[in-house]
Write a protein that binds this ligand. Structure first.
Ligand SMILES: [Zn+2]
Length: 201
């Protein structure tokens, strides 16, 4: 089976949250082992196909571009754009590393005090409960803050500084997507799901 390297398939978990982007061979292996279904968008909305249904669909609705098929000995199969995992176990979501960039990505590069958008160089990480008061360096106590808000808050609790958090910091429940998206060609069919993931809804 030959999947052209440019083919990338978006993988959703059972909650339809984007968790990964895989190459075509990995996508077909998930499909053939029945660990995932294909999600395909047509005029009537998002349809879910098992592997057999997808083979049938491929036959009846060949892709417009030859490159959007893969060939096996007997079959010509459309490369799906999106897969839906049947189980959480099969493709574990990697633990998200606790890094400066991932914190910024979780918060969408928005200062969680003034609500403005900043570049990474203009942003700081703020301990909501200051370290001197026992605040820990964790997903739940670190938030994105611009330099101005950060120095205004100083070593106080938000309410002591007359400030309010836009959103309580939380451990992200799935891989933030931006870092993956940056190096991958985005497919139009993915937009809906990436948007959902990016907003952390
Ligand atoms: Zn700010």
């Amino acid at each position: 089976m030959d999947g052209r390297p440019k083919h990338r398939v978006l993988v959703l978990n059972r909650l339809w949250q984007a968790v990964n982007i895989v190459a075509a061979p990995r996508a077909f292996s998930l499909l053939f082992q029945e660990h995932a279904c294909v999600i395909h968008c047509d005029d009537s909305g998002y349809m879910v196909y098992g592997i057999d249904e997808w083979l049938l669909y491929s036959e009846e609705n060949p892709a417009r571009h030859e490159g959007d098929h893969i060939h096996t000995v007997r079959l010509k199969i459309r490369v799906p754009k999106i897969l839906l995992l049947k189980s959480y176990d099969r493709l574990p979501v990697k633990e998200i590393r606790f890094t400066r960039q991932n914190l910024f990505e979780r918060d969408g590069y928005v200062c969680q005090y003034c609500g403005d958008l900043f570049g990474p160089r203009e942003l700081n990480l703020d301990h909501v409960i200051p370290r001197e008061r026992g605040g820990r360096t964790t997903w739940e106590n670190i938030t994105t803050s611009c330099q101005r808000c950060n120095s205004r808050k100083a070593n106080r609790l938000p309410h002591e500084a007359g400030m309010r958090l836009l959103r309580k910091p939380r451990r992200p429940s799935w891989r933030p997507f931006v870092s993956v998206a940056a190096r991958d060609r985005l497919d139009d069919a993915w937009t809906h799901f990436l948007h959902l993931s990016h907003n952390g809804r």
